[in-house]
Design a protein around this ligand. Structure first.
Ligand code: GLV
Length: 388
């Protein structure tokens, strides 16, 4: 033997994971059926039974995105991998990219688009607002960009971007429409085809009730044409959608690109089966009803939304203004210590200004909303809040 083992091994025994109720912006608790699917035996990543599971995922995503496009798959990685797959493939060096920037996800798309050498117009709006249709129309007509990005659910501020009319506008001005649905898919309506969306990425760990690690992705035939017309391949091999698509059978065969995340695919398959079994309309209305239930309770304590306009409020991630004199971090700590429930603080532009409560997937149940309300009541009372 050359050398000796002189670094100490420090890990042993069974992993310790406390049970918590995750009512922040995600991950939400995974559905038990999804966790059970992840524990099933591994298959080879090119074995026919595994390829059949990949096909089920593609078909489940067609339903979930409401599309007939053959171009759906799950990117191996979190929502960020989905974001980077879209940007790196849809943006060619020198392309104009207009970014609707309503929070941290818009910021990241600005940064990523620059890294892939797009020429970015950053339509940044104040935290808590969405990007106005008129501003988008004017910018698209003037600039004729290759790509417009919007985030449907901006989890850092709690806004819901209305997408009405934007697909049509993009088609008229020659842009592709890319939408982030990481925290919104399954919780609020999305009609990829009817709304004329060209590319969407999402995440597994929010309203789809799976663990983090899989990013659902959709491309319209128009987006696929743009990718196939590129003058140079994307500056990423790992996220090249022509290569990944060829692994997922987009072009009639299967080529090895990377080792598919076998257990994560089981989870996504099961998550999409649950979406299908419940039905999208019923999922959307469940999330909406609980959003109202949460706000009825919060309003009765004298708390207010960070978002001024009702129509801009996101159902799946709710931002609650921290009142003057209240220590937001102490309330979060009390919720975890006393009730075992996660309430999150702000992020990016909302840091220190809000609490964030997620209403997502398996966690979107009345008992969880009541627990969050109890934790708020107790936390506020302990700080001498007098409004209820
Ligand atoms: C993550 O998605 C977050 O909003 O914190």
């Amino acid at each position: 033997v050359v050398g000796s083992v002189d670094k100490k091994h420090t890990i042993s025994g069974v992993i310790n994971v406390p049970q918590r109720i995750l009512m922040g912006p995600g991950p939400a608790n995974a559905h038990p059926r999804i966790l059970a699917a992840q524990a099933l035996p591994l298959l080879g990543h090119m074995h026919p039974p595994f390829l059949a599971i990949m096909d089920e995922i593609k078909s489940g995503l067609k339903y979930t995105f409401q599309t007939d496009s053959p171009y759906t798959l799950m990117v191996s990685g979190t929502g960020h991998a989905g974001m980077e797959a879209c940007i790196s493939n849809l943006v060619e060096p020198g392309d104009k990219v207009v970014v609707g920037n309503a929070g941290i996800w818009g910021e990241r798309v600005v940064e990523m688009s620059k890294r892939f050498r797009g020429e970015v117009t950053d339509l940044k709006v104040p935290a808590g607002q969405t990007v106005p249709y008129e501003l988008l129309k004017q910018t698209l007509e003037q600039q004729k960009p290759a790509l417009l990005f919007l985030c449907q659910g901006e989890s850092s501020t709690g806004t819901h971007q209305n997408l009405t009319g934007l697909g049509e506008l993009c088609k008229k001005t020659g842009a592709l429409l890319l939408v982030d649905t990481v925290c919104s898919l399954g919780g609020v309506p999305m009609f990829a085809d009817a709304w004329g969306v060209d590319a969407i990425y999402s995440g597994s760990q929010k309203c789809l009730s799976a663990p983090p690690g899989g990013a659902p992705l959709f491309l319209s035939p128009r987006a696929m044409e743009k990718i196939q017309r590129r003058k140079t391949p994307p500056a990423t091999y790992n996220l090249d959608l022509n290569l990944i698509g060829d692994y997922w059978g987009w072009f009639g065969k299967r080529s090895y690109h990377h080792t598919g995340m076998v257990s994560t695919c089981y989870a996504m398959r099961e998550a999409l089966a649950l979406v299908n079994e419940e039905g999208l309309e019923s999922m959307w209305s469940r999330h909406k009803e609980l959003h109202h239930r949460l706000w009825d309770g919060l309003h009765s304590m004298g708390l207010k939304s960070f978002i001024e306009k009702d129509e801009d409020r996101l159902i799946t991630v709710n931002t609650i203004k921290v009142p003057e004199g209240i220590d937001w971090a102490a309330l979060i700590k009390n919720a975890m210590d006393e009730y075992n429930v996660e309430i999150a603080g702000g992020l990016g532009p909302s840091a220190g200004k809000v609490w964030r409560v997620g209403i997502m997937g398996y966690n979107a149940r009345p008992a969880n909303i009541e627990l969050v309300l109890t934790a708020f009541k107790d936390g506020l009372k302990k700080q001498g809040w007098k409004k209820f």
